[in-house]
Ligand binder design. Structure first.
Ligand code: TYD
Length: 207
């Protein structure tokens, strides 16, 4: 029985804050907390690619390569041990962001991305999507410093639209969160949801 949970949302939506809160609130579930882009050398290459604003196709392929390494080195081994995995960003990030960056470059970015993942990737069991007005996200990012090329209003608007379309297409997997709520309220809601889903799957919790 697998349980792969992902956190998604545009930059500035508060995913990292949520992840840190969850690390404390559900410590008893013994989950593996992880992220994409990851911490392997490919993850570092991805961050370099983002900083250098390289060709969007090359950048997309690096994100996919990072995902493959993430599955092999972190996710599959953890799921094989029956551990809950919680990933800060995952494949929905690719569909949301790369759809925006590849628009006008590739005819059908969604189909291209789907083909790239087909046959080997794993679909999450549960995805929390933090949704926030783009201007509010940009205000939050603005306070934290330098912007990546994704963090522009027109890009993030497209990205969030695609996230919402994915949530609408797969409602059984997505839980939409109002990211403007108090961070403590969001964290306890998400923690409760995770406990509820784990409980309903009969998972044995660490005592
Ligand atoms: P982010 O989680 O913000 O990492 P950091 O803590 O280094 O800022 O991810 C970096 C950016 O990469 C973010 O703007 C979203 C983007 N991204 C994609 O475009 N595609 C992907 O597949 C992933 C995982 C991330």
């Amino acid at each position: 029985m697998v349980l792969l949970i992902t956190l998604e949302g545009i930059d500035g939506a508060g995913k990292s804050t949520l992840l840190h809160a969850l690390e404390e609130q559900i410590v008893d579930l013994d989950a593996v907390f992880t992220r994409e882009p990851g911490s392997t050398w490919i993850g570092k290459a991805v961050r370099q690619a983002i900083a250098d604003e390289i060709d969007p196709i090359a950048e997309a392929l690096l994100f996919v390569a990072d995902h493959a390494m993430h599955l092999k080195t972190v996710i599959r081994p953890a799921l094989a041990k029956d551990r809950i995995v919680i990933s800060d960003r995952y494949t929905d990030s690719r569909f949301a962001y790369q759809q925006a960056t590849l628009a006008g470059i590739i005819d059908d970015p969604r189909g291209w991305l789907a083909a790239l993942h087909d046959g080997w990737s794993i679909t999450p069991d549960l995805t929390f999507l933090l949704v926030i007005p783009v201007h509010r996200a940009l205000e939050r990012i603005g306070r934290e410093g330098v912007r990546e090329h994704f963090e522009r209003e027109e890009v993030l608007t497209l990205v969030q639209k695609e996230y919402l379309a994915r949530a609408e297409a797969e409602p059984w997997r997505f839980v939409i969160i109002d990211a403007e709520e108090e961070k403590e309220v969001i964290a306890s809601f998400v923690a409760d949801e995770i406990r509820r889903v784990c409980g309903s799957q009969g998972r044995r919790l660490r005592s």
